[in-house]
Design a protein around this ligand. Structure first.
Ligand code: SD4
Length: 334
């Protein structure tokens, strides 16, 4: 579907984009509408958003766009910042390990042509998002897993490194005393990084990179490398990315759902809220024990975010302002 039809549908549903009367409109009116949309869109772009408080990552992505590099470069370089951050316990180097002490990474990336690449259960290579990009660009495949992904990374020039830092090892050793596995609501003030960006011409890219849930079972793969669940974008409509308990995101194909809801006319905010409510409906009251958060952006540069619980945030870099925005959430205790 062309962008024009997306805009037209939005006004037909009566929610989302106020683009005037394109329902029966004559060609002239439609052209004026498009010009208005075009002008307001331009004002909002470029734009970078990311899950959690990751201002260093969004700065990097923004600078990459300002340097005239592609929106895909911006996503990759922005995500690399958190993958390199050994202090962060949930992405790349320094990520918390599985129950056996192995740090295993999941990541995926998508470009404006709808191409995608992903790695699952990748070990010993910190820039999982960059390996995912290589899978997209240099192989006939979309997804590489485990040993094959690691082997491919070395063949592509990535360096082998130990991803288990002393800090993460200490946390794992402490966890082993009780070995209690519980889904975690918000580990810290940032977590899996999901990033979405639009360049000044309105082209989208997105990425998602994580070490997954702490102390997961060996071999466990979450939503983050699964196109449609952890991340999805359609350059004609918008993009969405998830964080939190991946199993619940996979069951509702959350990011794809959000993009499809935006295609039908919902705003990014409405679409994120609806995707969270699908999880709530499916899990009865169990949702009280885990967190899921979504962020989304539509083609016009409008954004939204929503989570089950308090504590989720989004970082947004737009119009030279890089800010953390607290997300609204579903579960409000009386
Ligand atoms: C996963 N969605 O592996 C990831 C983990 C995450 O905040 O996002 N934690 O399920």
């Amino acid at each position: 579907m062309k962008r024009r039809n997306f805009i037209k549908n939005a006004s037909l549903t009566g929610v989302g984009l106020a683009v005037g009367n394109s329902i029966l409109g004559c060609k002239q009116e439609q052209k004026e509408d498009e010009n208005t949309v075009e002008a307001s869109t331009k004002a909002l772009l470029p734009l970078v958003i990311a899950t959690w408080d990751v201002k260093n990552a969004t700065v990097k992505a923004w600078e990459t766009l300002q340097n005239g590099e592609t929106v895909l470069d911006a996503i990759e370089k922005g995500c690399n910042v958190e993958e390199d951050n050994a202090e962060g316990l949930s992405v790349g180097k320094g990520g918390l390990p599985d129950r056996d002490g192995n740090v295993t990474l999941d990541a995926c990336i998508m470009n404006s042509e709808g191409n995608c690449g992903s790695v699952v259960y990748l070990q010993n290579v910190s820039h999982a998002i960059s390996v995912a990009r290589k899978v997209m660009e240099d192989t006939p495949h979309v997804m590489l897993a485990g040993k094959g992904a690691e082997q491919f990374a070395y063949e592509s020039g990535f360096i082998k490194e130990d991803l288990l830092t002393e800090k993460a090892k200490k946390a794992w050793n402490e966890w082993k005393i009780k070995s209690e596995y519980k889904p975690i609501i918000n580990i810290e003030n940032h977590d899996t990084i999901g990033m979405l960006a639009i360049d000044k011409d309105g082209n989208l890219s997105g990425g998602c990179t994580t070490s997954g849930l702490a102390y997961k079972m060996a071999g466990r793969v979450g939503d983050s490398p699964i196109i449609g669940s952890g991340l999805f974008l359609d350059n004609e409509v918008g993009a969405a990315v998830a964080t939190g308990l991946g199993e619940e995101v996979v069951k509702t194909v959350g990011s794809f759902l959000i993009v499809e809801l935006m295609r039908q006319g919902m705003t990014p905010q409405q679409a994120c809220e609806e995707a969270i409510s699908r999880i709530i409906d499916k899990t009865n009251s169990n949702y009280k024990n885990f967190q899921v958060g979504y962020i989304a952006v539509n083609k016009r540069g409008e954004t939204g975010s929503f989570a089950i619980h308090k504590g989720f945030s989004m970082t947004k870099y737009q119009e030279n302002k890089n800010e953390k925005i607290e997300s609204d959430f579903y579960f409000k205790e009386p």
